[in-house]
Write a new protein. Structure first.
Length: 326
């Protein structure tokens, strides 16, 4: 971009930091570049000098100076037509503000040191800069199902706000070892992270631990296969890392196929199954109108578990939590 422009802060971006506002529009900019532009006074908000961590207000005018051009992506970092077609094949729902994908098991949402294939990279299929959809929540690599993104900065801010303010209903399906008694209820169990890197686990926190994070999961058993396994509907009221996996293990009914949160009995029962956890349904406010209800069909990994234990997805209660007394 070679000219000076004045842009307005969207209503859905109220309170967003200046540096993050820039990164949403021009992902190729790094923090140092934004910091230099702000320090030199080239970036201004309502005519005044600002710092990168300044919180923006809806309706404010942002002076955007000529910006460095994005370097052409290295071939190994770009996506080819086959990858773009794959990304498009994952679409469950799309309009001018919202994109919903059916994330496959095994595909990470974001990249890392050893992770080069991930959803965030595949979003190049929709374009770059303002055209690039934005992540507003996460799913574990091995969890399949509904993943929602915002297609504009304002839509992304509103969707992220819905998750932060718990205005969403996220229903997961899981196959677990044994079956809970009682078959429905709410587990309130604070969690804490322990370990480093690949060995990090989320475990129940000791009472009063300063780093404990409140975690609450509502559960309903949908069906059982003798005494071996149960098909569960899980609704996490909070969004802690690995919450469902850690909570089910703490209940004594680990999710089958889980390589980290397991017992000897659940490992033996899994018998080669992949993680049996699927983000089945997501209900949340649309950024500009009404309510979205999104459902993802069973992944091949989950279908293998259903077939092994004789569960039929068509027998599921469509509103498994509506019958519970609150």
């Amino acid at each position: 971009m070679r000219e000076v422009r004045t842009l307005y802060v969207d209503n859905g971006e109220d309170g967003v930091r200046l540096d993050r506002w820039f990164k949403r529009r021009w992902p190729h900019l790094n923090h140092i570049q934004i910091q230099k532009l702000a320090r030199s006074g080239q970036i201004r908000v309502d005519g005044a000098r600002v710092k990168p961590d300044t919180r923006l207000s809806a309706g404010s005018q942002v002076r955007v100076p000529p910006l460095p051009e994005a370097q052409e992506r290295r071939e190994k970092d770009g996506i080819d037509p086959r990858e773009a077609a794959f990304a498009r094949s994952l679409v469950l729902y799309e309009d001018e503000e919202v994109l919903a994908l059916n994330k496959p098991s095994g595909l990470a949402v974001q990249g890392g040191t050893k992770t080069h294939k991930h959803v965030d990279r595949l979003l190049s299929a929709w374009g770059e800069g303002l055209e690039r959809p934005r992540l507003v929540h996460r799913l574990d690599r091995d969890t399949s199902g509904v993943l929602v993104l915002g297609k504009t900065p304002g839509a992304a801010a509103k969707l992220a706000g819905a998750f932060a303010k718990r205005r969403t209903q996220k229903i997961y399906w899981a196959l677990v070892a044994g079956f809970p008694k009682p078959p429905e209820g709410v587990l309130e169990l604070p969690l804490i992270k322990k370990g480093i890197g690949d060995r990090e686990l989320v475990v129940p926190a000791e009472l009063g631990h300063e780093n404990a994070e409140a975690a609450e999961t509502e559960f309903v058993m949908l069906a059982r296969a003798a005494d071996k396994a149960a098909w569960m509907a899980l609704w996490p009221h909070t969004g802690r890392t690995h919450q469902l996996r850690a909570h089910m293990l703490a209940m004594g009914h680990p999710i089958l196929g889980d390589p980290k949160y397991n017992t000897e009995a659940s490992e033996a029962l899994s018998g080669g199954l992949k993680l049996q956890l699927h983000a089945r349904r997501l209900v949340l406010p649309h950024p500009s109108r009404g309510t979205l209800m999104l459902e993802a069909p069973l992944s091949p990994e989950m279908r293998a578990g259903f077939e092994r234990f004789g569960f039929d997805e068509h027998e599921a209660d469509p509103e498994p939590f509506s019958r519970r007394k609150r």
